[in-house]
Design a protein. Structure first.
Length: 263
């Protein structure tokens, strides 16, 4: 790999995302060509059903692409063993079945699974990583609480801490701000932005918070009309990428304020 590309943690080439079906393939996005570097915060946006979750699952190897390639830190995703992959990508999915009976500390410790031995014994290094993750998201004070005692906002921070404890170059989150109020939506996305800059990790997340993403992200991936538009917020605004994202009779994109407005 060329030296100038050595900090690319995720790259796709002609990726086609969707579901193969006997009755005919469902193609959600074609020609997805993206590259995400260390320290970048990137949001995937698009209307309900555009394929955001499907894309994230494809990028993390949960489902197969219909066509094209995904490269994780320069290695083909299709050729990467699951145990190696878990040292490159941490995933925070909305439908994850996690026991809320665990304490905060126990749940964050699950992030160390790719590194622990078969009985899951934590070493000093694991404990250090766990404590550091708790510190980074500022939840040391609730470390002994049970997860079912937490608010949605606190629980989201715990999931982010678990991903940080996994200590991978790339973190992928599906809708990390669902169920949060406006303050906590902004808080969590700002936290993700800070984490990319402090830790050098790349963070990719799907979100409906387009106005916030426009202010906080280094790059955006817009899924629209089965195509993928990728670039810096200013570039995408300049090329009118947001123009027809929603039916125009109700919402329009105001270029001057770089935000969506209700008509
Ligand atoms: N396992 C599956 N098999 C076939 N089709 C699926 C499957 N999962 C999702 N779909 C379809 O793929 C399309 C995109 O779904 P997806 O969940 O990726 O969209 P999304 O952009 O994340 O939506 P939302 O914003 O509502 O969460 C939808 O039409 C959905 O019905």
């Amino acid at each position: 790999m060329k030296a100038e590309n050595s900090n690319i943690v995720l790259r796709t080439e002609g990726l086609k995302v969707g579901y193969r079906k006997k009755s005919g393939d469902l193609i959600l996005a074609s020609g997805v060509n993206i590259d995400i570097k260390s320290g970048e915060l990137v949001a995937v946006i698009g209307v309900n059903g555009a394929g955001k979750s499907t894309l994230l699952k494809t990028l993390s190897g949960i489902i197969q692409s219909v066509d094209g390639q995904v490269f994780i830190s320069g290695n083909k995703l299709s050729k990467t063993e699951p145990d190696k992959l878990s040292k490159h990508i941490s995933l925070v999915l909305t439908e994850q079945m996690l026991s809320k009976n665990l304490s905060v500390m126990e749940l964050v410790a699950l992030g160390r699974q790719p590194y622990t031995n078969w009985i899951g014994r934590l070493t000093k290094k694991d404990l250090k990583k766990i404590m550091h993750a708790l510190q980074l998201v500022n939840i040391e004070d609730i470390r002994d609480k049970k997860c079912h005692e937490l608010s949605d906002g606190q629980f989201q921070k715990v999931l982010i801490a678990r991903a940080l404890a996994q200590d991978t170059p790339l973190i992928i989150l599906d809708e990390p701000t669902t169920h949060l109020d406006l303050y906590h939506k902004a808080y969590v996305l700002k936290l993700l932005q800070q984490l990319t800059k402090e830790t050098g990790k790349a963070i990719l997340f799907a979100s409906h918070e387009i106005n916030l993403a426009l202010q906080l992200c280094d790059k955006l991936l817009i899924l629209k009309d089965r195509k993928a538009l990728f670039g810096k917020p200013a570039e995408l605004i300049e090329t009118d990428a947001f123009k027809d994202l929603f039916p125009g009779h109700l919402i329009h994109f105001d270029k001057e304020s770089s935000s969506f407005k209700i008509k």
